[in-house]
Design a protein around this ligand. Structure first.
Ligand code: NDP
Length: 291
């Protein structure tokens, strides 16, 4: 049976480190890290993500400036809000919760965030810097995955890694980071155009699955002893739960855990690490501003 990689425990340790870093920075320079958290509309999942991020900021001693905009506010109002935070020297990070409601051009909105405050690591400048190995903010989920692999003692040097999913926020950046010399993995990036996905995953030492489809990866698709990093968060109907649904990853946990050597659970795996790396990047941005 696979070992469970406990994202909550790792996140707890790192958040304590971040809180200590925040106190140290404030005592030494008078600077308190601050994150602007912008939510447009009332998507329930987005509200719960934003609430979790604000709570995590408060626990780490990071100030969060909460800005809630109505879905009808219009793109210009959102761009002006971002411009205000770009100009405000007391704000070190800007986060716009995605997805945005219909009618907003997500790319244009992200591009409006100053790269120096782009603690999500989504702007083209940060993505470019990441690709060529310059100092940048790494996108939080891929960054968290690297930390988890390290924490679990999973070496990537020479490993065959299969990433399933090619989104800009998870699949592509995690594939790029693991291909860098520091990580030194051989990476295959799979997607819906991949013919016979199992033929790729069965050769992998590490499978990272980020499709947003429960059950994408099953135990019969794994090599014995492989490591599974499950990024997915899916609401699956569940009559036994008071909410009527339960959260599942993109892998079938039971069958994968029988074949893998280690696996991340959902919930309690990658999710807590994503928020933790957001705090990490915000502290790092404040440190740079205080230099
Ligand atoms: P996207 O929907 O943007 O991308 C999904 C990708 O998966 C696409 O590239 C798609 O391929 C590919 N895909 C979908 N189905 C299959 C399949 N059956 N076989 C192979 N490839 C497939 O998703 P995100 O990357 O934004 O998110 C993925 C999941 O991770 C979601 O459940 C999301 O909620 C979760 N997530 C969790 C985070 C966390 O902190 N835990 C953070 C971010 C996301 P194609 O390009 O061909 O369409």
């Amino acid at each position: 049976m696979a070992k469970t990689i406990d994202g909550r425990a790792l996140a707890k340790g790192l958040r304590a480190e971040i809180a200590a870093g925040v106190s140290e920075l404030r005592a030494r320079t008078g600077v308190t890290p601050a994150l602007a958290v912008i939510l447009v509309g009332d998507n329930p999942a987005s509200i719960s993500y934003v609430t979790a991020k604000e709570k995590a900021c408060a626990e780490a001693g990071i100030v969060s400036h909460e800005t809630r905009l109505d879905a009808s506010c219009g793109e210009d109002a959102l761009l002006q809000t971002i411009a205000g935070f770009n100009e405000d020297p007391s704000v070190h990070g800007i986060l716009v919760q995605l997805p945005l409601p219909r009618g907003f051009d997500e790319r244009k909105v992200i591009d409006a965030i100053s790269p120096e405050k782009d603690v999500d690591g989504f702007t083209p400048v940060n993505v470019g810097r990441m690709l060529i190995g310059e100092e940048c903010f790494l996108p939080c989920t891929p960054f968290g995955i690297l930390k988890m692999l390290d924490f679990a003692g999973v070496g990537t040097d020479g490993a065959n890694v299969v990433v399933v999913g090619r989104s800009n926020i998870v699949g592509k950046p995690v594939a790029a980071l693991l291909s860098r010399r520091e990580a030194n993995a051989t990476v295959t990036l799979c997607h819906t155009g991949t013919r016979d996905l199992a033929s790729f995953t069965r050769r992998a030492d590490i499978v990272i699955v980020a499709t947003g489809r429960a059950g994408t990866l099953t135990g019969d698709m794994l090599k014995p002893g492989a490591v599974v990093i499950d990024v997915g968060v899916n609401r699956v109907e569940d009559a036994t739960s008071p909410r009527g649904y339960s959260l599942k990853g993109d892998s079938d946990f039971e069958s994968c855990a029988r074949v893998a050597s280690a696996i991340t659970p959902v919930p309690g795996g990658v999710g807590p690490m994503t928020i933790t790396m957001l705090l990490w990047n915000t502290l790092e941005s404040a440190r740079r501003a205080a230099r």
